[in-house]
Write a protein of this length. Structure first.
Length: 403
C-alpha cells in the first residue's frame, strides 16, 4: 500500500491545465524530492537554512538577498508586513494592528485579481489598507501620484495572466515614482518564469511560487533589497507564524531554484511541441472544435492549444466539456478560465505523452457522447455560473457521497 491513490482511494488526475494549486500545483522533480527527503529525518537550524536560501535566491535573481515563505500568498502578506514594520520586533508582534504606522498599500485596480485567493486579502491580512489605483482597465501617473501624496507603506505590482494589462502603469515607471518617495515596490509574479527582470528594474521585493513552474515543494520565494528581506523573514515571529515555511518548503525552494537554472529549455520546448502536434492530430477530426496554438499571455515560453468549442456542432458547451472531463476517472483537468467565451486551453507542461494522448481521446469521446446522446447544450452559462456557489461549498457536504 505504498501507492497513495490506492491506499486512500484517490481519483487519478491528468493535468492538461498547467500549474494549478487546486490539483497539486506541479510534479515535484525527483532530484528536489531526494534533497528534501534527506532533510525530513533530520534537524536543521531554520535561521541558518534561510541564510543559505538567501544566498541561493540572490545568486538566481541578482537581488541582494532572499528568503522562503509558505507560499506566494504568504509572501505578499509578509512583504507588506515588512514594509509596515521594518525591523521593529514589537511592531512585528503587534501586526495586524499597525498603530500609528503608515499602512496604506497601493495596487492598480486591474491588479486586484483572484488567483485562488484575493491579492487584496493577502495585503490586508498584514494589517494594511488597500488603496486601488485607477479603474479596472486604466491607471495613470496622477492616480499613483495622488496616492503617494497621501502616504504609502508600499505598492504591490502584480504580473499575471489574470491582471488587466490594458492601461496599466509599467513597472519601471512605478518604481521610479515610488522611489522618489522612498516607497518600496513589491512585485508578485508567482507564476512567471523570468527571475531577473523585475529586480533589474529596481523592484524592492519580488515573489515567485516554488511549486509552480519550478516544480518544487509548496513555498514562496522572495528576492529583494537586504533590509526589506530581513524584515520579511522576521515576520515569522509574528503573522508569518500562521503561514509557516517548514524545512521541506525552504529546502524544496532552494533545490527548485538551483535546478531551474540548469534546465534545458530547448528540450522542454521540443517535448511540449510534440504534445501539441499529437493533440492537433487527435482533435482535428472532432466536429465543432476549432484549434489554434496560443502563446502564453505574459510571455512565458509556453504554447498552449486553444480549443474553441462551437457548441452547435460539437454538441456541448465549453463549460460542459470541462465539467464532464473533470468528472471522469482519471479526471482530465483543462484550463477553464475562459470557458464562458467557449474556449478551453490545453497546457502541455505537466504531461507525459501517454497522459497527453489520454486527455485528447477523452475530449473526442465526450464530444462524441454528447452528440450521440443529445444530452449537451443543456446548461447555459448563467446556470453554470449559479452552480459555482454550490461547487465552492461542496466539500464534505452531508447530502453528498464524496466519491
Ligand atoms: C498562484 C499565484 C499566487 C498564489 O501563489 P501560492 O504560492 O499558491 O500562494 C499569487 N499571485 C499570483 C499572480 C499567482 O499566480
Amino acid at each position: 500500500m505504498d501507492d497513495p491513490f490506492q491506499r486512500w482511494n484517490l481519483t487519478p488526475v491528468i493535468n492538461a491545465a498547467g500549474t494549478m494549486t487546486s490539483i497539486g500545483a506541479s510534479r515535484v522533480h525527483p532530484e528536489i524530492a531526494r534533497l528534501v527527503t534527506g532533510l525530513l529525518g533530520s534537524f536543521v537550524q531554520m535561521d541558518q537554512l534561510q541564510t543559505r536560501a538567501s544566498a541561493v535566491i540572490a545568486a538566481a535573481t541578482g537581488a541582494d538577498a532572499g528568503c522562503v515563505t509558505g507560499c506566494s500568498a504568504a509572501a505578499i502578506t509578509q512583504t507588506v508586513g515588512a514594509a509596515i514594520t521594518g525591523l521593529d520586533l514589537a511592531a512585528i508582534e503587534a501586526l495586524p494592528a499597525t498603530g500609528e504606522r503608515e499602512c496604506r498599500v497601493a495596487v492598480q485596480a486591474g491588479h486586484l485579481i483572484h488567483y485562488g485567493g484575493l491579492v487584496s486579502q493577502a495585503v490586508t491580512l498584514a494589517g494594511a489598507e488597500v488603496v486601488p489605483l485607477g479603474s479596472a482597465a486604466l491607471a495613470e501617473t496622477w492616480h499613483l501620484d495622488a496616492a503617494l501624496e497621501q502616504g504609502l507603506a508600499a505598492l504591490v505590482y502584480v504580473i499575471s495572466h489574470h491582471t488587466v494589462r490594458e492601461g496599466e502603469l509599467p513597472l519601471d515607471l512605478v518604481v521610479e515614482r515610488c522611489h522618489t518617495r522612498g516607497v518600496p515596490v513589491i512585485v508578485d509574479m508567482a507564476s512567471e518564469y523570468d527571475l531577473l527582470g523585475a529586480i533589474a528594474l529596481g523592484a524592492d521585493a519580488v515573489i515567485w511560487s516554488g511549486h509552480k513552474f519550478m516544480g518544487g515543494i509548496t513555498s514562496g520565494i522572495v528576492a529583494g533589497r537586504h533590509d526589506l528581506i530581513r524584515a520579511t523573514y522576521l515576520q515569522h515571529r509574528g503573522i508569518g507564524r500562521t503561514m509557516k515555511a517548514g524545512k521541506e518548503s525552504i529546502a524544496g525552494a532552494m533545490a527548485a531554484l538551483e535546478l531551474w537554472q540548469t534546465r534545458d529549455s530547448a528540450i522542454i520546448r521540443t517535448r511540449e511541441s510534440g504534445i501539441l502536434d499529437l493533440w492537433e492530430q487527435v482533435l482535428a477530426g472532432v466536429d465543432g472544435l476549432i484549434l489554434q496554438r496560443h502563446d502564453d499571455w505574459t510571455g512565458n515560453p509556453i504554447t498552449r492549444l486553444e480549443v474553441t468549442v462551437d457548441a452547435g456542432r460539437a454538441g456541448l458547451h465549453a463549460w460542459e466539456l470541462a465539467a464532464r472531463l473533470a468528472a471522469r476517472c482519471p479526471a482530465v483537468i483543462v484550463r477553464d478560465d475562459l470557458v464562458e467565451r467557449g474556449i478551453v486551453y490545453l497546457d502541455p507542461c505537466n504531461l507525459d505523452d501517454a497522459d497527453a494522448r489520454q486527455a485528447a481521446n477523452a475530449i473526442a469521446e465526450e464530444a462524441s457522447l454528447a452528440r450521440s446522446r443529445g444530452d449537451g447544450c443543456r446548461i447555459y452559462w448563467s446556470e453554470a455560473k449559479r452552480g459555482r456557489e454550490a461547487t465552492a461549498l461542496a466539500w464534505l457536504r452531508q447530502d453528498d457521497s464524496q466519491a
